[in-house]
Design a protein around this ligand. Structure first.
Ligand code: ADP
Ligand code: ZN
Length: 745
């Protein structure tokens, strides 16, 4: 009888569109399983690869052998591997790179040139942390004279019963000297234990009880629970104005799923911007939550990942990458603020976590809830088509009316803060109210312009103007961080006189500090929030009333609930209307609606002043009137005429390189190949371009793009797949494929 050889199919984390086969030694056969990593020879080197499948074959000649199996337990289940295969195929992205993207960076530490020491990789990819815990000795009492700090530390340990060193350091600063002294005196004992790093920086002490739902919330919950009981794939759009109690519905729906022994996945645009949501989940569900987001250290991320994989977690909350979390038995997936562009990854595997939530939900037969006050036009269309169930919460949960909105026409007004807005700010401060001022542009002035030759200061690496940041004394490129001392001289003609044009958040702060010297002013934008925890510090000062005015970019429009805010000022209502992007109107409507919703969430009514140059645009008008239906109607009409989603599927091809000619030739030949393939395959696809990207130079690279539009997703995919297999790559030009692009820059 012929003996069969054991073969595995693996994906490698390289930009290759295929999988590979390796032979498994008999001695290793017990160890292999799909979802584990192996070390394999590849080309001239050794690589970590991911086992997809195992099979037996009579003939294994020519196959190389697996060097080592790297994991004791599979990293992924069969279901998860199936999901990743779907992702790779949909986004036309190599499966190995998809798998690598799905893993936390802490576990990906090993690389091809680390040598064959797989064992070290498995246990040492990231070490478990050990922490010292201090306990009071039972009999200990403070009869001995201690220094003040040591005495306070001792009291704290005695009150707490047991405290980790990190907590003591957090409260007292460096204190190892005092702790050693307490140990020496026999007042406390110390114990080393293995811990999972805890990404929550605050006390878990809060408690939160479920609320009695209003009738709208109750019927939304009812429909979700009905599908959870079956269970079947049930996708919903939860459309509710800001403050209508969506979060309460998520919480109770999740509680229902958990009672059935199922788990929950919650995706949010960015965790650091939504500390209140995290706090509410934590107050309701306690410790069974894992948090995955970009501000975690590699170690923290890896710890959270392991807790989830081991089934120690019932709820995972995270930004977009959490859609890949190794959570089993998913009963419900929530996508909060489903309209947010940040669910789309902008490079590498350009996935959209909102869309993938639906895919994963279908595979898991879960309920998927897409929640928003300002849903995507495409989501509302999906409701009309019967693809999403609509749950609506038309009123604010606590019965507070929507704020009144007034437009301040800005034609001919020189000041960045108009007289009516200034007056409203004065009144707000006089009545101890709080105000939010929104401007979606950071920096001091938008740019500097030479008074002599009229040239603006531009970035030498990117086709954009430099933004003047007064406090840093620099003009800075917001794309590549190129910076020059400013004001300085004009690089074109060396003139000394540079004019400041336009205003950013820094300028608003500067002006308000002059006009309202008594006000306590905070600014929140990416310049003031680079430090860990800085968001939280700013937000908690608004929440506890120790600040009067918060100035900020889009960051401030997200899910916080400040009951004290009675005034919202919008500096420039139509700032995002002129972007070269088919979603410009939609984004303007969304951001204005969100920022308007920040006013009057407490007991006092809210007021919004909207400074606008072009207040007649339907995005601005509909936001002012809180008229969703009308916006949807007009926007859908525009999309239909222009042939954009939901009436067409899009794919973007990007070409970039350091020589303009190389990029141009490459883009041209790609367009020719696409047109030729289109004729051969007889597919309905429009090939638009190549054209220079709106940002035609970025970080020193020239950029061109082709946009593909089709009424059929199948046609679009067939054309792209054919193009991928036929094209010959050029090393000097980088090519990217973006399925369902949201950013056309
Ligand atoms: P959204 O997520 O839609 O912005 P939230 O769930 O945050 O709304 O609710 C807004 C406010 O109303 C919160 O302070 C919340 O605690 C409160 N709230 C929500 N539902 C209820 C309810 N059924 N009864 C009383 N208060 C509620
Ligand atoms: Zn630049």
């Amino acid at each position: 009888m012929q003996t069969l050889s054991l073969i595995i199919e693996v994906a490698v984390p390289l930009p290759l569109d295929r999988t590979f086969h390796y032979l498994v030694d008999t001695g290793m056969s017990q160890e292999i399983a799909p979802g584990k990593r192996v070390f394999v020879p590849f080309g001239g080197r050794k690589l970590t690869a991911y086992i997809l499948d195992i099979f037996e074959r009579p003939d294994a000649s020519g196959l190389k052998k697996v060097i080592e199996v790297l994991d004791d337990e599979p990293l992924w289940t069969g279901n998860e591997l199936e999901f990743f295969r779907w992702v790779a195929s949909y986004y036309l992205h190599p499966l190995g790179e998809v798998l690598k993207t799905a893993l936390p960076t802490g576990i990906n530490l090993q690389s091809a040139n680390k040598g064959g020491n797989g064992a070290q990789v498995v246990s040492g990819g990231r070490k478990v942390r050990h922490e010292s815990f201090y306990q009071p000795k039972e009999s200990a009492s403070l009869s001995i004279a201690l220094g003040k700090k040591a005495a306070e530390i001792f009291e704290t340990i005695r009150e707490g019963g047991e405290l980790p060193a990190a907590e003591l350091r957090r409260r007292f600063g460096p204190c190892s000297q005092q702790l050693n002294r307490l140990l020496e005196l026999g007042l406390v004992t110390r114990e080393e234990r293995e811990v999972y790093r805890n990404p929550f920086s605050e006390d878990p002490s809060e408690q939160d009880a479920r609320k009695e739902l209003n009738p709208h919330q109750a019927s939304a919950l009812e429909r979700i629970c009905t599908s959870l009981d079956k269970p079947l794939f049930a996708p919903f759009l939860l459309h509710g104005v800001t403050g209508s109690g969506k979060t309460e519905v998520y919480l109770q729906a999740i509680a229902h799923a958990i009672n059935q022994g199922k788990n929950a996945l919650v995706l949010v645009p960015e965790i650091s911007l939504t500390p209140q949501l995290v706090r509410r989940f934590r107050a309701r569900f306690g410790e069974s939550i894992a948090i995955l987001h970009s501000a975690l250290s590699d170690g923290e991320r890896y710890d959270e990942w392991r807790r989830i994989r081991r089934g120690l977690v019932r709820i995972v909350i995270g930004a977009r990458s959490a859609v890949f979390a190794p959570l089993e038995k998913i009963g419900i997936i929530v996508v909060d603020e489903e309209h947010e562009a940040s669910f789309k990854q902008a490079d590498g595997l350009r996935y959209n976590a909102r869309d993938l939530a639906l895919v994963r939900g279908r595979m898991e037969r879960a309920a998927v809830i897409l929640g928003s006050a300002t849903p995507l036009v495409t989501s509302l269309y999906a409701v009309e088509q019967g693809k999403l169930g609509l749950l609506s919460l038309p009123e604010r949960a606590r019965g507070i009316p929507m704020p009144t909105v007034e437009v301040v026409p800005m034609q001919g007004v020189k000041e960045t803060i108009s007289a009516p807005l200034q007056k409203a700010l004065d009144e707000t401060l006089a009545t101890q109210g709080q105000a939010i001022i929104f401007l979606n542009r950071r920096g001091f002035s938008t740019y500097l312009l030479c008074s002599e030759c009229g040239q603006p200061l531009t970035c030498p690496n990117c086709s954009v103007t430099l933004t003047f940041h007064r406090s840093r004394g620099q003009s800075i490129c917001h794309y590549c961080d190129y910076a020059v001392p400013a004001p300085g001289t004009c690089p074109s003609c060396n003139a000394l006189e540079l004019k400041e044009l336009g205003a950013g958040t820094e300028k608003i702060e500067h002006d308000l500090r002059q006009s309202l010297p008594q006000a306590r002013i905070l600014r929140m934008d990416s310049d003031t929030t680079s430090g860990k925890g800085s968001h939280n510090r700013i937000l908690s000062r608004m929440a506890d009333g120790t600040a009067d005015i918060l100035i900020g970019t889009q960051m401030i429009t997200k899910g916080h609930d400040f009951p004290g805010v009675t005034l919202v000022g919008v500096i420039s209502a139509e700032a995002s209307l002129n972007l070269p992007d088919f979603r410009g109107a939609e984004r303007t409507f969304q951001v204005l609606s969100q920022v308007i919703g920040r006013a009057g969430r407490g007991d006092l009514p809210g007021k919004v002043l909207l400074q606008a140059l072009n207040p007649s645009h339907y995005a601005v008008q509909c936001a002012i009137a809180h008229d969703f239906q009308e916006f949807y109607r007009q926007e859908l009409e525009f999309r239909r005429e222009a042939g954009y989603p939901p009436f067409a599927f899009l794919a973007g091809l990007g070409f970039s390189g350091t020589t303009e000619q190389g990029v141009e030739e490459r883009a041209e030949s790609s367009a020719r190949l696409l047109l030729q393939l289109k004729r051969e395959l007889k597919v309905r696809v429009e090939v638009l371009g190549p054209a220079p990207a709106p940002l035609y130079r970025l970080r020193g690279r020239f950029r061109r793009q082709i946009l593909l539009k089709s009424p059929s997703r199948g046609d679009l995919r067939r054309l792209l797949a054919a193009w991928i297999s036929k094209r010959d790559k050029v090393a000097t030009v980088r090519e990217t494929i973006d399925i369902d692009p949201v950013d056309m820059m």
